[in-house]
Design a protein around this ligand. Structure first.
Ligand SMILES: Nc1nc2c(ncn2[C@@H]2O[C@H](COP(=O)(O)OP(=O)(O)OP(=O)(O)O)[C@@H](O)[C@H]2O)c(=O)[nH]1
Ligand SMILES: [Mg+2]
Length: 449
């Protein structure tokens, strides 16, 4: 579907009106095409690479706009092709006309992510770095941003490189054994050494796959479900957290029917709060659908805020039977409407008191802050499902190598599993890939990147 021969173009800045807009042209004909439209002190073809020139874009003898062109000669450009970027004024008319002129002159409209895909195909980036570009563009929190930058700088690639080194060392030892299979008395690579090396690789792969829990939380946000009986103030709490009148609040039981999800960044970490329908026995079919959705939201959440009304008899150990599945999640037990409290209470349980209505929610926010800070954000964390799945396959393969060695499996068979492991790692960086995988990755990019 994609070819490297075409010269492609797209508006790289957001759609709409702006101060300036940047239109990017990449390919062997980029310079020639722009030169047919650009009038400056010199032709683009005569410009030195990595320089700018001021001039006008002329359409049929009339000036369309005054622009600045930047030239990046292959291979020292983002895509690895010749790239010309035209900075024009951000009028939609100018942008669209310029794009049409480029197409009329021989360029083709770029598909989503096609510039980055070219960078990958031209060997400027590996696949993890290309994916990091999309993650960086989509990042909403500091942690997400840091994760993308580490990956873009080759964090994951370096880890894979280390693993591959260990694996090659292992293969060399194993092959030495294979070469001398006729001389059983010769033991070049003793089993202990091989097993030690396998243990190291396994440990390394385990660390990487386990880091996905954190990486995923950073990338997709920490899901927090606000759950509790009707009328305890769940929607009021969501509004207080967002400092916005997002959800409908009323003293009628069963006000919230559908789940409402909103995001917020606390201490650099993205949180996804889900307000849910209050739990109660009801014959109302629609409300029951809402209650079922509350359960689903709680199932998906990593953290549950279990909210109680201060006048409710609170038995925090008594999570309703049908919510048993919450056992393994982080549950924060919160007592709301503390403004209604007249006497002081001494609780043994770990309860957080708030007044959502009065926006006195600091003790709860403090808990969330602690949670945000407990998530490691430095070092290499796997945050991409595709990487996670390939690393899990690599881990499975190395576990087979391990048990194969212990069970005295022949060297050739062990080598097969070893190659499986190497192949899985190569899938992460994109050394082994298919057009279908590439399409599924790049279709999620924006046009112009
Ligand atoms: N005094 C007091 N009232 C509160 C507080 N928080 C919420 N309320 C009131 O409690 C009532 C119910 O609030 P909601 O936020 O709609 O409760 P909910 O848990 O979302 O209820 P459902 O959607 O029906 O499950 C409203 O009248 C709120 O004004 C609080 O901190 N103090
Ligand atoms: Mg509600």
């Amino acid at each position: 579907m994609y070819t490297l021969e075409d010269t492609i173009c797209a508006i790289s800045t957001p759609h709409g009106v702006g101060g300036i807009a940047v239109i990017r042209v990449s390919g062997t004909q980029a310079v020639a095409i722009v030169d047919k439209l650009f009038v400056g002190r010199q032709h683009v073809a005569q410009m030195a690479s990595h320089t700018l020139a001021f001039g006008t874009i002329v359409d049929d003898g009339t000036t369309l706009d005054e622009v600045v062109v930047s030239l990046y000669r292959a291979p020292r450009s983002y895509t690895g092709d010749d790239v010309v970027e035209i900075s024009c004024h951000g009028s939609q008319y100018v942008q669209q006309t310029l794009l049409r002129l480029l197409v009329d002159t021989g360029a083709r409209l770029a598909k989503p992510g096609e510039f980055t895909q070219r960078a990958f195909l031209n060997g400027k980036l590996d696949l993890t770095q290309a994916e990091a570009v999309a993650d960086l563009i989509a990042s909403q929190s500091r942690a997400e941003h840091d994760l993308a930058i580490t990956q873009m700088k080759g964090g994951v690639t370096n880890q894979i490189g280390k693993l591959r080194e260990q694996l090659l060392q292992f293969t060399a030892l194993l092959e030495l054994e294979l070469d001398f299979a006729d001389h059983e008395e010769l033991e070049f690579a003793d089993r202990r050494q091989l097993l030690q090396l396998v243990a190291q690789i396994k440990q390394h792969l385990k660390q990487l796959t386990e880091s996905f829990t954190f990486g995923n939380a950073i990338k997709n946000g920490i899901n927090v479900a606000i759950v509790g009986n009707t009328n305890v103030g769940k929607s009021t709490l969501l509004n207080a957290l967002l400092a916005d009148d997002r959800a409908i609040v009323s003293d009628i039981d069963g006000t919230t029917r559908d789940t409402i999800e909103e995001t917020m960044v606390i201490d650099g970490m993205l949180f996804r709060f889900v307000d849910t329908a209050g739990i109660r026995q009801t014959n109302n079919a629609i409300e029951n659908i809402g209650i079922e959705r509350s359960k689903q939201a709680a199932k998906k959440a990593q953290v549950v805020i279990w909210l109680h009304d201060i006048n409710e008899h609170v038995d925090v150990s008594a999570i309703p039977h049908e919510y048993e599945f919450l056992k393994d999640k982080t549950i924060i037990q919160v007592i709301n409407k503390k403004d209604l409290l007249t006497e002081t209470r001494t609780d043994t349980a770990d309860l957080v008191y708030i007044s959502a209505k009065k926006s006195e929610i600091e003790p709860l926010v403090e808990r969330l802050r602690k949670l945000a800070n407990s998530i490691p954000t430095t070092g290499v964390l796997v945050s991409n499902v595709r990487h996670y799945e390939a690393l899990c396959q690599a881990l499975e393969a190395i576990e087979r190598v391990d048990s194969g060695l212990r069970d005295g499996l022949s060297g050739e068979l062990v080598a097969l599993d070893l190659h499986d492991c190497l192949d899985s790692l190569a899938k992460v960086t994109g050394e082994i890939t298919s057009q279908a995988v590439l399409n599924s990755i790049f279709q999620h990019f924006c046009i112009g990147k």
